[in-house]
Design a protein around this ligand. Structure first.
Ligand SMILES: [Zn+2]
Length: 122
């Protein structure tokens, strides 16, 4: 799942995945332009805490992850309104050593730099 420090960055990314959103807690609706305007205003007038961040689901749903744990899904994508959304942010487990050859793995690397096996499934 992608994470972003500002709503504007999250909205720009989400706009590549879907074109219309409905707000989770009201019947307000947003198109791309409306969402970007709202995002800019929100970032400047009501920035989120340092330990919080925005996340975007594969279908373009935008959520606010408060304190790096629970996710409030705020902007629901019109494309897949019934998408199964996690309630908590899952940190990918850190892989420090290649399970096959034991070589130290670069943080976040998808493949072992020595033997080439896949370290992550996605
Ligand atoms: Zn290896």
């Amino acid at each position: 799942m992608e994470r972003f420090d500002t709503l504007l960055e999250a909205a720009k990314f989400a706009a590549t995945l879907c074109k219309n959103w409905s707000f989770a807690t009201s019947d307000e609706r947003f198109d791309v332009k409306g969402l970007l305007i709202l995002a800019e205003t929100s970032d400047s007038e009501d920035p989120i805490d340092e330990d919080s961040f925005w996340v975007v689901s594969p279908a373009g749903v935008i959520g606010l992850c408060v304190g790096g744990e629970d996710i409030d899904w705020l902007f629901i994508s019109d494309n897949t309104p019934n998408e199964d959304l996690p309630a908590e942010y899952q940190v990918e487990p850190q892989i420090n050593f290649c399970p096959a050859c034991g070589a130290p793995a670069v943080p976040g690397a998808r493949f072992c730099g020595k033997c080439g096996i896949a370290l992550r499934s996605k």
